[in-house]
Design a protein around this ligand. Structure first.
Ligand code: SF4
Ligand code: MG
Length: 320
């Protein structure tokens, strides 16, 4: 059944040059097969790190990443290679990850050929055919395979990045700010493509974004991170209708209605503290309008406040 579980578990961290940077701390994230999980927070909150951990691009200094219920760190080399193929990552700027001298066809087909995955299920196995079918899937005709990255628009390049990721037949895509650099009209096209591909290929997504509109449009479930910790998580409609955590409520209060300009986080008081030196107690307390003395000394546990809705705030445990 639902057996893809990427669990970037307790006390995940990264090694910075001089000292351990615990960019992601007590975060436990589970992603179920076929689900679209939106991971939201201000830049620097650790959401990209969590995405990279889940994609196997970096290793946790402690904690664990599980795929299909299996701890990635205990896998054999070949199992790990398979696991890595099954989880592909797409970034904000596809131009940076495309070789400027390689044609689009090569960018899309190279990895699939290397891993012996040139089969689109139709019985056709030629390299050219495979590349064309991968391009068609993202709405690009066969002529694109002979073009170079600089001849494409930003939206077309992102389609190429999606085709390239899908060419190795992943189960899961980790998308880090993948529409942030695109015009709003192009954003909608790419988001709709993601939704269509999820349904068609039974994919699972972890969608990392600072943009709450993007996250709402796409996600089945939303996870909110602050300073390396998951502070709230709930089904998407629940979190937008009944946000619980003061940080989530502040984020939502700052999002202008559609058409009223870009979302900005600037109205939350103060700057986000350094993840190298996080505040004691609740990580949000220096900026929280509801903070009490207890918040400065005691970190709130994340607790279930409604089915599937978890939040880490002392206000949830106070008597009414
Ligand atoms: Fe605010 Fe305290 Fe809740 Fe943290 S625990 S979010 S500081 S009220
Ligand atoms: Mg980031």
């Amino acid at each position: 059944g639902d057996d893809i579980v990427s669990r970037a578990a307790r006390k995940l961290g990264l090694l910075a040059p001089n000292r351990p940077l615990h960019a992601v701390q007590e975060s436990s994230l589970q992603i179920w097969s076929g689900e679209i999980v939106g991971l939201v927070g201000e830049s620097g909150c650790g959401k990209s790190t969590l995405g990279r951990l889940a994609a196997g691009l970096i290793r946790p200094t402690c904690g664990a990443v599980l795929q299909d219920g299996k701890d990635v760190s205990t896998m054999t080399r070949s199992e790990r290679r398979q696991a890595k193929l099954k989880t592909q990552m797409i970034f904000q700027n596809p131009y940076a990850s495309l070789n400027p001298r390689a044609k689009i066809g090569q960018a899309v087909g190279e990895a699939a050929r290397f891993h012996g995955l040139l089969d689109d299920g139709s019985g056709r196995t030629s390299y050219e055919d495979y590349v064309e079918s991968q391009l068609a899937r993202v709405g690009l005709d066969s002529g694109y395979k002979n073009r170079f990255p600089h001849q494409l628009s930003g939206g077309q390049r992102q389609r190429v990045a999606i085709a390239r990721a899908l060419a190795v037949k992943p189960h899961m895509l980790i998308c880090d700010e993948v529409v942030s650099a695109l015009d709003v009209s192009v954003q909608a096209q790419i988001l709709n493509l993601f939704i269509e591909l999820r349904d068609r290929l039974n994919l699972t997504y972890l969608f990392v974004s600072h943009d709450l509109h993007v996250i709402r449009y796409l996600s089945d479930r939303v996870v909110v991170m602050y300073l390396g910790q998951v502070v709230e998580e709930a089904p998407a409609e629940q979190i937008y209708r009944h946000p619980n955590h003061p940080y989530t409520r502040a984020l939502l209060a700052e999002v202008p209605r559609l058409g009223e300009g870009k979302s900005q986080f600037t109205a939350i008081k103060g700057e986000m503290p350094s993840p190298l030196d996080p505040p004691k107690g609740c990580p949000f307390h220096p900026r929280c309008i509801h903070a009490t003395a207890r918040c400065a000394v005691e970190a709130p546990a994340i607790v279930e406040i409604a089915p599937g809705h978890r939040s880490a705030c002392h206000l949830n445990q106070m008597s009414h």
